[in-house]
Design a protein around this ligand. Structure first.
Ligand SMILES: [Zn+2]
Length: 236
């Protein structure tokens, strides 16, 4: 029996090491160089092939799935954060208000699921809608992406893609994003590896506008809500 337990512990420890090797902190925080040649640059090959299959099936129903945001590295997320911070400050928000406003939809650099190459923001190109496409109302009845939304509700999960930021009542964290899908077979273990990291070490405030506001308690809450309060099917 003792030997059995011992073997079990070695196997479990082995998995831990595997996880750490498979998803090093550079990968989890987007600190990698990727040549951005097309929509799916930097997206993991397994995710690309699942997406292409789903795209083909949707096309047969007159829905043209298009990825508007796939992989995003740390530097790009830093630019998004700082641009939004400047914009909201210019509009008259106080520094804490600006930060709260940013984290309705955008992440602190180093904490985006788009760093992982597993998550895609998807719209339908068929209705020829080009402006402000990531608007939840456009996915509601009467909106240009409603047909896609219904199709995705029915089929996306069978290809491995799950909505991350659902409209489940009482869910905290990022607002409802009917466009943001995650490829569960890879993102579930990646989130697990991510949550094992110390968020205080991951978040580097030096280049971040408003970074001084991201205290330890702020980050604890951010980890609990923004990172962890997601679709229950995506968290172990
Ligand atoms: Zn997204």
């Amino acid at each position: 029996m003792k030997k059995l337990i011992c073997t079990f512990l070695i196997v479990v420890a082995g998995f831990g090491v595997l996880h750490a090797q498979e998803y090093p902190v550079e990968i989890l925080t987007g600190k990698v160089d990727v040549t951005m040649e097309h929509d799916l640059s930097g997206v993991k090959p397994e995710v690309v092939s699942a997406f292409l299959k789903m795209q083909e099936a949707a096309a047969a129903e007159g829905i043209e799935l298009k990825v508007v945001s796939g992989f995003r590295n740390y530097q790009r997320q830093l630019e998004i954060w700082n641009d939004k911070y400047k914009k909201y400050r210019k509009e008259g928000l106080t520094p804490p208000q600006a930060v709260e406003k940013i984290i309705e939809y955008s992440t602190i650099p180093g904490t985006s699921r788009h760093h992982w190459g597993t998550d895609l923001d998807i719209i339908d190109e068929a209705p020829d809608e080009r402006e402000k496409v990531l608007d939840p109302e456009k996915f509601e009845e009467g909106g240009p992406f409603y047909k896609m939304k219904l199709w995705m509700d029915e089929h996306a999960e069978s290809y491995g893609f799950y909505l991350v930021y659902t409209n489940a009542p009482g869910r905290k964290g990022f607002h409802y994003e009917p466009w943001h899908y995650s490829y569960a077979p890879i993102s579930v273990p990646m989130l697990k590896a991510y949550l094992a990291q110390d968020i205080n070490e991951i978040v580097q405030t030096a280049d971040l506008l408003g970074g001084q506001l991201l205290s330890e308690s702020f980050l604890e809450q951010y980890k609990r809500e923004q990172i962890s309060d997601i679709n229950k099917d995506l968290i172990d």
